[in-house]
Design a protein around this ligand. Sequence first.
Ligand SMILES: NC(=O)c1ccc[n+]([C@@H]2O[C@H](COP(=O)([O-])OP(=O)(O)OC[C@H]3O[C@@H](n4cnc5c(N)ncnc54)[C@H](O)[C@@H]3O)[C@@H](O)[C@H]2O)c1
Length: 269
Amino acid sequence: MAANPRQQAAVITGAAGGIGHALAQALAARGYALALADVDAGALEAARAALAAQGATVIAVHTDVSDAGQIEHLCEQSFLRLGHVDLLVNNAGVLATGRCWELEPEVFERVMRINLWSVLHALRSFVPRMAAQGAGHIVNVASMAGLAVGPWLAPYTLSKQGVVALSEGLLLELQAAGLPLGVSVVCPGPVATGIASGLDGAAPREVDQMNGALRSGIAAGMTPDAVAQRILDGVSARQFWILPHEQAAQAALARAQGIAAGSLPAFAF
Ligand SMILES: NC(=O)c1ccc[n+]([C@@H]2O[C@H](COP(=O)([O-])OP(=O)(O)OC[C@H]3O[C@@H](n4cnc5c(N)ncnc54)[C@H](O)[C@@H]3O)[C@@H](O)[C@H]2O)c1
Protein backbone atom coordinates (compact mmCIF):
# COMPACT_ATOMS: atom_id res chain seq x y z
CA MET A 1 0.00 0.00 0.00
CA ALA A 2 2.94 2.36 0.57
CA ALA A 3 3.34 5.03 -2.07
CA ASN A 4 6.40 4.41 -4.18
CA PRO A 5 9.20 6.73 -3.08
CA ARG A 6 8.70 9.14 -6.00
CA GLN A 7 4.90 9.23 -5.71
CA GLN A 8 3.53 12.31 -3.94
CA ALA A 9 1.17 11.55 -1.05
CA ALA A 10 -1.73 13.61 0.35
CA VAL A 11 -3.98 13.45 3.39
CA ILE A 12 -7.48 14.96 3.03
CA THR A 13 -10.00 15.40 5.82
CA GLY A 14 -13.70 15.49 4.98
CA ALA A 15 -12.74 13.45 1.92
CA ALA A 16 -15.98 11.50 1.56
CA GLY A 17 -18.09 14.41 0.30
CA GLY A 18 -18.16 17.77 -1.43
CA ILE A 19 -14.89 19.66 -1.93
CA GLY A 20 -12.82 17.00 -0.12
CA HIS A 21 -14.06 14.25 -2.40
CA ALA A 22 -13.41 16.37 -5.50
CA LEU A 23 -9.89 17.08 -4.20
CA ALA A 24 -9.29 13.35 -3.72
CA GLN A 25 -10.32 12.66 -7.31
CA ALA A 26 -8.23 15.52 -8.67
CA LEU A 27 -5.17 14.46 -6.68
CA ALA A 28 -5.57 10.83 -7.76
CA ALA A 29 -5.70 12.04 -11.36
CA ARG A 30 -2.41 13.88 -10.74
CA GLY A 31 -0.85 10.63 -9.49
CA TYR A 32 -0.94 11.22 -5.74
CA ALA A 33 -1.25 8.41 -3.21
CA LEU A 34 -4.05 9.31 -0.79
CA ALA A 35 -5.14 8.98 2.81
CA LEU A 36 -8.85 9.80 3.03
CA ALA A 37 -10.33 10.79 6.40
CA ASP A 38 -14.00 11.32 7.21
CA VAL A 39 -16.44 10.78 10.07
CA ASP A 40 -19.02 9.20 7.71
CA ALA A 41 -17.74 5.61 7.60
CA GLY A 42 -20.03 4.41 4.78
CA ALA A 43 -19.29 7.32 2.44
CA LEU A 44 -15.59 7.07 3.29
CA GLU A 45 -15.38 3.41 2.31
CA ALA A 46 -17.35 4.09 -0.88
CA ALA A 47 -14.91 6.88 -1.81
CA ARG A 48 -11.90 4.66 -1.06
CA ALA A 49 -13.27 1.75 -3.07
CA ALA A 50 -14.12 3.94 -6.08
CA LEU A 51 -10.64 5.50 -6.18
CA ALA A 52 -8.95 2.12 -5.68
CA ALA A 53 -11.01 0.73 -8.57
CA GLN A 54 -9.62 3.56 -10.72
CA GLY A 55 -6.11 2.38 -9.84
CA ALA A 56 -5.26 4.95 -7.16
CA THR A 57 -3.07 4.12 -4.16
CA VAL A 58 -5.54 4.99 -1.40
CA ILE A 59 -6.20 4.25 2.26
CA ALA A 60 -9.19 5.28 4.36
CA VAL A 61 -8.87 6.22 8.03
CA HIS A 62 -12.16 6.73 9.83
CA THR A 63 -11.62 10.01 11.71
CA ASP A 64 -13.65 12.51 13.69
CA VAL A 65 -11.43 15.55 13.21
CA SER A 66 -12.71 17.18 16.40
CA ASP A 67 -10.83 14.54 18.41
CA ALA A 68 -7.06 15.11 18.80
CA GLY A 69 -6.42 11.39 19.38
CA GLN A 70 -8.16 10.47 16.13
CA ILE A 71 -6.13 13.05 14.20
CA GLU A 72 -2.94 11.64 15.71
CA HIS A 73 -4.08 8.17 14.61
CA LEU A 74 -4.73 9.53 11.10
CA CYS A 75 -1.21 10.99 11.04
CA GLU A 76 0.42 7.77 12.26
CA GLN A 77 -1.49 5.66 9.75
CA SER A 78 -0.70 8.04 6.89
CA PHE A 79 3.06 8.03 7.50
CA LEU A 80 3.09 4.29 8.26
CA ARG A 81 1.09 3.18 5.25
CA LEU A 82 1.98 5.83 2.64
CA GLY A 83 5.57 6.36 3.77
CA HIS A 84 5.49 10.16 3.63
CA VAL A 85 3.00 13.05 3.45
CA ASP A 86 3.66 15.85 0.97
CA LEU A 87 0.27 17.56 1.18
CA LEU A 88 -2.15 17.88 4.11
CA VAL A 89 -5.59 19.32 3.37
CA ASN A 90 -7.57 20.32 6.46
CA ASN A 91 -10.94 20.47 4.74
CA ALA A 92 -13.63 18.91 6.97
CA GLY A 93 -16.17 21.46 8.11
CA VAL A 94 -19.77 22.02 9.13
CA LEU A 95 -22.20 24.94 9.01
CA ALA A 96 -24.68 26.20 11.61
CA THR A 97 -26.92 29.25 11.59
CA GLY A 98 -29.02 31.18 14.10
CA ARG A 99 -29.12 34.31 16.23
CA CYS A 100 -25.86 34.46 18.15
CA TRP A 101 -27.63 35.12 21.44
CA GLU A 102 -30.03 32.18 21.02
CA LEU A 103 -27.78 29.40 19.72
CA GLU A 104 -26.87 26.88 22.40
CA PRO A 105 -23.22 26.99 23.50
CA GLU A 106 -23.01 23.34 22.38
CA VAL A 107 -23.62 24.46 18.78
CA PHE A 108 -20.71 26.91 18.96
CA GLU A 109 -18.58 24.25 20.61
CA ARG A 110 -19.33 21.61 17.95
CA VAL A 111 -18.61 23.97 15.04
CA MET A 112 -15.44 25.31 16.64
CA ARG A 113 -14.20 21.80 17.40
CA ILE A 114 -14.79 20.52 13.87
CA ASN A 115 -13.80 23.64 11.90
CA LEU A 116 -11.01 25.20 14.00
CA TRP A 117 -9.69 22.93 16.76
CA SER A 118 -9.29 20.16 14.17
CA VAL A 119 -6.75 22.33 12.34
CA LEU A 120 -4.80 22.88 15.56
CA HIS A 121 -4.83 19.14 16.27
CA ALA A 122 -3.59 18.46 12.74
CA LEU A 123 -0.77 21.00 13.04
CA ARG A 124 0.38 19.43 16.31
CA SER A 125 0.43 15.95 14.74
CA PHE A 126 1.63 16.63 11.19
CA VAL A 127 3.97 19.66 11.31
CA PRO A 128 6.81 17.96 13.24
CA ARG A 129 6.71 14.88 10.98
CA MET A 130 6.38 16.88 7.75
CA ALA A 131 9.20 19.19 8.85
CA ALA A 132 11.38 16.17 9.65
CA GLN A 133 10.93 14.83 6.12
CA GLY A 134 12.23 18.18 4.80
CA ALA A 135 9.31 19.35 2.64
CA GLY A 136 5.55 19.54 2.51
CA HIS A 137 2.54 21.80 2.10
CA ILE A 138 -0.48 22.41 4.34
CA VAL A 139 -3.81 23.62 2.95
CA ASN A 140 -6.45 24.90 5.35
CA VAL A 141 -9.93 25.23 3.87
CA ALA A 142 -11.53 28.29 5.48
CA SER A 143 -14.26 30.28 3.70
CA MET A 144 -15.21 33.71 2.45
CA ALA A 145 -16.71 33.84 5.95
CA GLY A 146 -13.11 33.83 7.18
CA LEU A 147 -12.56 37.23 5.52
CA ALA A 148 -15.88 38.99 6.02
CA VAL A 149 -18.78 38.81 8.46
CA GLY A 150 -22.45 38.22 7.80
CA PRO A 151 -25.28 37.89 10.33
CA TRP A 152 -26.73 34.58 11.70
CA LEU A 153 -23.51 32.69 11.01
CA ALA A 154 -21.64 33.38 14.25
CA PRO A 155 -20.30 29.86 14.99
CA TYR A 156 -19.19 29.49 11.38
CA THR A 157 -17.62 32.95 11.01
CA LEU A 158 -15.83 32.60 14.36
CA SER A 159 -14.36 29.29 13.31
CA LYS A 160 -13.38 30.36 9.79
CA GLN A 161 -11.86 33.70 10.86
CA GLY A 162 -9.87 31.59 13.31
CA VAL A 163 -8.68 29.28 10.52
CA VAL A 164 -7.53 32.29 8.48
CA ALA A 165 -5.69 33.87 11.41
CA LEU A 166 -4.14 30.54 12.38
CA SER A 167 -2.95 29.99 8.82
CA GLU A 168 -1.34 33.44 8.65
CA GLY A 169 0.39 32.86 12.00
CA LEU A 170 1.46 29.37 10.94
CA LEU A 171 3.20 30.66 7.81
CA LEU A 172 5.07 33.36 9.76
CA GLU A 173 6.10 30.90 12.49
CA LEU A 174 7.32 28.29 9.99
CA GLN A 175 9.37 30.97 8.22
CA ALA A 176 10.81 32.26 11.51
CA ALA A 177 11.72 28.70 12.54
CA GLY A 178 13.34 28.07 9.15
CA LEU A 179 11.07 25.08 8.51
CA PRO A 180 10.57 24.15 4.85
CA LEU A 181 6.78 23.81 4.78
CA GLY A 182 4.36 25.78 2.60
CA VAL A 183 0.90 26.97 3.66
CA SER A 184 -2.24 27.91 1.76
CA VAL A 185 -5.59 29.08 3.07
CA VAL A 186 -8.64 28.63 0.85
CA CYS A 187 -11.56 31.07 1.13
CA PRO A 188 -14.33 29.95 -1.21
CA GLY A 189 -17.71 31.57 -1.74
CA PRO A 190 -20.65 29.26 -2.54
CA VAL A 191 -19.77 25.75 -3.72
CA ALA A 192 -22.45 23.24 -4.77
CA THR A 193 -22.16 20.66 -1.99
CA GLY A 194 -24.44 19.26 0.71
CA ILE A 195 -23.05 21.49 3.48
CA ALA A 196 -26.33 23.44 3.93
CA SER A 197 -28.61 20.40 3.84
CA GLY A 198 -29.00 20.13 7.61
CA LEU A 199 -29.89 23.75 8.36
CA ASP A 200 -32.77 24.10 10.81
CA GLY A 201 -36.15 24.75 9.17
CA ALA A 202 -37.65 25.99 12.46
CA ALA A 203 -35.39 29.00 12.78
CA PRO A 204 -36.62 32.60 13.40
CA ARG A 205 -38.02 34.25 10.25
CA GLU A 206 -34.91 36.21 9.22
CA VAL A 207 -32.67 33.18 9.86
CA ASP A 208 -35.05 30.94 7.93
CA GLN A 209 -34.91 33.38 5.00
CA MET A 210 -31.14 33.35 5.08
CA ASN A 211 -31.08 29.53 5.29
CA GLY A 212 -33.17 29.45 2.11
CA ALA A 213 -30.86 31.95 0.40
CA LEU A 214 -27.82 29.96 1.55
CA ARG A 215 -29.27 26.70 0.25
CA SER A 216 -30.12 28.17 -3.16
CA GLY A 217 -26.82 30.10 -3.39
CA ILE A 218 -24.84 26.99 -2.54
CA ALA A 219 -26.87 24.83 -4.96
CA ALA A 220 -26.05 27.35 -7.71
CA GLY A 221 -22.43 27.70 -6.60
CA MET A 222 -19.14 26.74 -8.22
CA THR A 223 -18.73 23.00 -8.74
CA PRO A 224 -16.55 21.15 -6.23
CA ASP A 225 -14.43 19.92 -9.16
CA ALA A 226 -13.70 23.51 -10.27
CA VAL A 227 -12.79 24.51 -6.70
CA ALA A 228 -10.53 21.47 -6.34
CA GLN A 229 -8.66 22.38 -9.54
CA ARG A 230 -8.31 25.98 -8.36
CA ILE A 231 -6.91 24.78 -5.03
CA LEU A 232 -4.38 22.46 -6.64
CA ASP A 233 -3.31 25.11 -9.14
CA GLY A 234 -2.81 27.48 -6.18
CA VAL A 235 -0.75 24.90 -4.31
CA SER A 236 1.40 24.29 -7.41
CA ALA A 237 2.00 28.05 -7.61
CA ARG A 238 2.75 28.12 -3.82
CA GLN A 239 0.01 30.72 -3.29
CA PHE A 240 -0.88 31.48 0.34
CA TRP A 241 -4.27 33.04 -0.44
CA ILE A 242 -6.46 30.85 -2.65
CA LEU A 243 -9.74 32.67 -3.36
CA PRO A 244 -11.71 30.75 -6.00
CA HIS A 245 -14.46 33.43 -6.02
CA GLU A 246 -13.75 37.08 -6.90
CA GLN A 247 -16.50 38.13 -4.44
CA ALA A 248 -14.37 36.92 -1.51
CA ALA A 249 -11.57 39.36 -2.35
CA GLN A 250 -14.12 42.16 -2.80
CA ALA A 251 -15.74 41.37 0.57
CA ALA A 252 -12.36 41.35 2.33
CA LEU A 253 -11.45 44.68 0.75
CA ALA A 254 -14.81 46.25 1.65
CA ARG A 255 -14.42 45.10 5.26
CA ALA A 256 -10.88 46.46 5.54
CA GLN A 257 -11.93 49.77 4.00
CA GLY A 258 -14.90 49.96 6.39
CA ILE A 259 -12.65 49.34 9.39
CA ALA A 260 -10.17 52.00 8.25
CA ALA A 261 -13.02 54.48 7.64
CA GLY A 262 -14.72 53.71 10.97
CA SER A 263 -17.94 52.63 9.23
CA LEU A 264 -20.55 50.37 10.82
CA PRO A 265 -20.40 46.69 9.82
CA ALA A 266 -22.38 45.97 6.66
CA PHE A 267 -23.81 42.76 5.21
CA ALA A 268 -20.94 41.07 3.37
CA PHE A 269 -23.07 38.23 1.99
N1 LIG B 1 -19.86 24.48 0.16
C1 LIG B 1 -19.58 25.78 0.32
O1 LIG B 1 -20.31 26.66 -0.18
C2 LIG B 1 -18.35 26.19 1.09
C3 LIG B 1 -17.97 27.54 1.02
C4 LIG B 1 -16.85 27.96 1.75
C5 LIG B 1 -16.12 27.05 2.50
N2 LIG B 1 -16.53 25.73 2.53
C6 LIG B 1 -15.74 24.82 3.36
O2 LIG B 1 -15.29 23.73 2.59
C7 LIG B 1 -15.08 22.60 3.43
C8 LIG B 1 -15.77 21.40 2.84
O3 LIG B 1 -17.16 21.66 2.83
P1 LIG B 1 -18.16 21.02 1.76
O4 LIG B 1 -18.96 22.13 1.21
O5 LIG B 1 -17.45 20.12 0.86
O6 LIG B 1 -19.13 20.23 2.77
P2 LIG B 1 -19.78 18.79 2.68
O7 LIG B 1 -20.78 18.74 3.79
O8 LIG B 1 -20.22 18.47 1.30
O9 LIG B 1 -18.54 17.82 3.01
C9 LIG B 1 -17.91 17.88 4.27
C10 LIG B 1 -17.31 16.53 4.59
O10 LIG B 1 -16.73 16.64 5.90
C11 LIG B 1 -17.14 15.51 6.66
N3 LIG B 1 -17.14 15.83 8.08
C12 LIG B 1 -18.04 16.56 8.78
N4 LIG B 1 -17.74 16.56 10.08
C13 LIG B 1 -16.61 15.82 10.21
C14 LIG B 1 -15.81 15.43 11.32
N5 LIG B 1 -16.13 15.80 12.57
N6 LIG B 1 -14.71 14.68 11.11
C15 LIG B 1 -14.40 14.29 9.83
N7 LIG B 1 -15.13 14.59 8.75
C16 LIG B 1 -16.22 15.36 8.94
C17 LIG B 1 -18.53 15.16 6.14
O11 LIG B 1 -18.89 13.81 6.44
C18 LIG B 1 -18.37 15.41 4.64
O12 LIG B 1 -17.91 14.27 3.96
C19 LIG B 1 -15.64 22.99 4.80
O13 LIG B 1 -14.57 23.36 5.65
C20 LIG B 1 -16.52 24.19 4.49
O14 LIG B 1 -16.66 25.05 5.60
C21 LIG B 1 -17.62 25.29 1.85
